[in-house]
Write a protein that binds this ligand. Structure first.
Ligand SMILES: NC(=O)c1ccc[n+]([C@@H]2O[C@H](COP(=O)([O-])OP(=O)(O)OC[C@H]3O[C@@H](n4cnc5c(N)ncnc54)[C@H](O)[C@@H]3O)[C@@H](O)[C@H]2O)c1
Ligand SMILES: [Zn+2]
Length: 365
């Protein structure tokens, strides 16, 4: 039997992550082993439905499993209360049972919305994650966080629900738009910079292969990210001890940039800029190992878009204050002592932050 690339281990059990070229064809076998039953609900988005959606439905059918198809709107609208309500209606009308698995085929928006539906429908039905964007393969499909948006805030309503398994087939990434692919690379770089120096060096070596979407290089990188994420989530599934928080490297400023630009930046682009600010903060504090500056700057240069106009401290401080990492009145930042050496700090002052943001704006013009 195929070996998982990574396993998320929690109190409730284990959630394997399979990574490999051609894995879609193995879905029926994986489902037979992990889910049982003879039917499932396949959830995807309107952009994927005509291509990948139909293909996966056929594959499941060949494996003897009926797949009822539900199509979500593209993008964040998949995570709206209205879309969720329709999905619940579909699950009721198609008489889904407690054991019927829901298969989320798509990017992070499909995974989050379908995942939240699976977490809540009948208080929880099995979930299979089949991520099709780079961001979803390395991040959102792993770790069990699911959420939908409230009109007042993104990801405001959510639940933890580990998939019975996740299956990432890097060959599907070839059709991803250049911008979405690049945004995913932002999260890939995050794992190297913040959590695995060896991976950071490997990324630099393999960069040309990765951006050419070389199958083997992609499978290696996705597998490595999955292992890092699985290790962190297994240590702190519910984000309670501070360990899982390390995955938020670059996200404090990143998230505020998404809000300040009204989501004109892709998530990975905003995170890349946020990582730049965090590295600069670390350097200003004199804690960042000078030997790692060159490697970190090189990787950041590959993934950072230009800093958006009009996104200065004044525009960002509101959203930063609302950040989920706020404990009491203090902001928690993840800074670095060097590649793969994160530190949590909660004493970043407004003036320090202003210097870092202004510094980034100067550099990236
Ligand atoms: N749950 C988590 O832990 C977690 C972590 C990070 C991000 N997220 C969430 O993930 C979402 C972003 O995910 P995303 O970046 O994958 O965006 P997305 O789901 O909107 O996908 C981006 C675009 O790519 C298209 N697409 C998907 N797969 C494709 C393929 N193989 N070929 C061609 N096009 C394809 C989609 O139709 C969509 O238009 C956000 O809502 C964010 O909040 C969740
Ligand atoms: Zn992220």
């Amino acid at each position: 039997m195929m070996r998982p690339a990574a396993i998320v281990k929690t109190k409730e059990g284990s959630s394997p992550v399979f990574v490999g070229e051609g894995l879609l064809e193995a879905l029926p076998r994986l489902m037979d082993i992990r889910c049982g039953g003879s039917r499932c609900v396949l959830v995807t988005d309107a952009r994927l439905e005509p291509g990948l959606g139909r293909r996966v439905r056929r594959i499941l059918g060949r494996g003897g499993r009926r797949a009822d198809l539900f199509v979500l709107p593209v993008g964040e609208r998949a995570k709206s209360p209205a879309a969720l309500q329709k999905l619940y209606g579909f699950l009721l009308r198609s008489r889904v049972e407690r054991g019927t698995p829901l298969v989320a085929l798509g990017g992070g928006t499909v995974g989050d919305a379908a995942g939240f539906a699976a977490a809540t429908f009948y208080r929880g039905i099995p979930l299979v994650q089949v991520p099709t964007t780079l961001l979803a393969q390395v991040d959102s499909a792993i770790g069990g966080k699911t959420a939908v948006n409230h009109p007042l805030a993104k990801n405001a309503v959510g639940a933890f629900h580990q998939p019975v398994f996740a299956a990432a087939d890097p060959s599907v990434l070839r059709t991803l738009s250049e911008r979405d692919f690049h945004s995913g690379l932002g999260e890939v770089v995050k794992y190297g910079l913040a959590l695995d120096a060896g991976f950071a060096r490997l990324l630099r070596r393999d960069w040309a292969l990765l951006t050419a979407r070389d199958a083997a290089a992609l499978a290696r990188a996705v597998g490595r990210c999955a292992r890092i994420k699985a290790r962190i989530v297994s240590a702190d599934e519910r984000d309670l001890s501070g360990t899982r928080e390390l995955l938020n490297f670059g996200h404090t400023v990143g998230h505020s940039l998404e809000i300040a630009t009204r989501y004109r930046l892709r998530h990975g682009e905003a995170v890349a800029l946020g990582m730049g600010a965090a590295v600069l903060l670390s350097q200003m504090r004199g804690i960042f190992d000078p030997q790692d500056v060159d490697a970190a700057s090189w990787l950041l240069d590959q993934v950072c878009p230009p800093w958006p106009r009009g996104a200065g401290l004044r525009e960002l401080e509101g959203p930063i204050g609302l950040d989920k990492k706020v404990r009491g009145s203090k902001n928690v930042f993840i800074l670095l002592r060097g590649l793969g050496r994160p530190v949590r700090v909660s004493d970043v002052s407004v003036s320090e932050l202003r210097l870092a943001i202004d510094g980034c704006r100067l550099i990236s013009r």
